[in-house]
Ligand binder design. Sequence first.
Ligand SMILES: [Mg+2]
Length: 190
Amino acid sequence: MKPSQGRSPALLLDRDGVVNDDHGYVATPERFDFCNGIFALIHRAIDCGYRIVIITNQSGIARGYYSEPEFHQLMGWMEREFAQQGIQLSGIFHCPYLPGAVAPEYDRDSFWRKPNPGMILEAARRLDLDLAHSIFVGDQPSDMAAASAAGIARRVLIRPVPVHATGTGEADLVIGRLADLTARLPWSSP
Ligand SMILES: [Mg+2]
C-alpha cells in the first residue's frame, strides 16, 4: 500500500505501558525500557502497510515533573533507538495539558487529552491516515475511549494481568502480550 494510492492505515500506539514499561512519568533514557515485543510488532505492522504513530498523554509536563523540552529530548533519543532497529515513526503526538496543572500555561481541559480523540484526529489530518482501517493499542480504558471516539474500530487493550476493577472499556480485543497482536497481523476482518 503506497501513500500515493490514498490514505494510509496506521498502527497508533499509546506510549507508556505499550512502547515502554510504565514506571510512572518516565522522562529519561535511564528509565525508558522498551516493552518486550514492541520492535517485532512494529516491524510486522510496517510489513503489512501500516504507518507508526505514537499518541501519548504527558501530564507529567503539567504536573511539573519534567519540561516539554525534556520530553522532546527523550523522544529524540527514542526515535534514534527505533532508527537503529530500522524503524521510522510517522509521528509523535503528545498532550501536555491537565486541569489544575502546576504551570498555568498547561492548566486547561484539552480536546487532545485522552479519553478525548483530539490527538488521533489531528494525526489523521496531518498524516492523511485511514482511521477506519487503523489499529490503536493502549493499556488504559481511556485509550480505548479515545480510539472509539476517533472512529477506530480495531482497539486493542494490553492487560498483562487479569482485568480488574478498571475494566476493558471500549476495547474490542484484550491481549496479554504485544506478541499476541503481532501474530494476528495482517488483521483482515474488522
Ligand atoms: Mg499508557
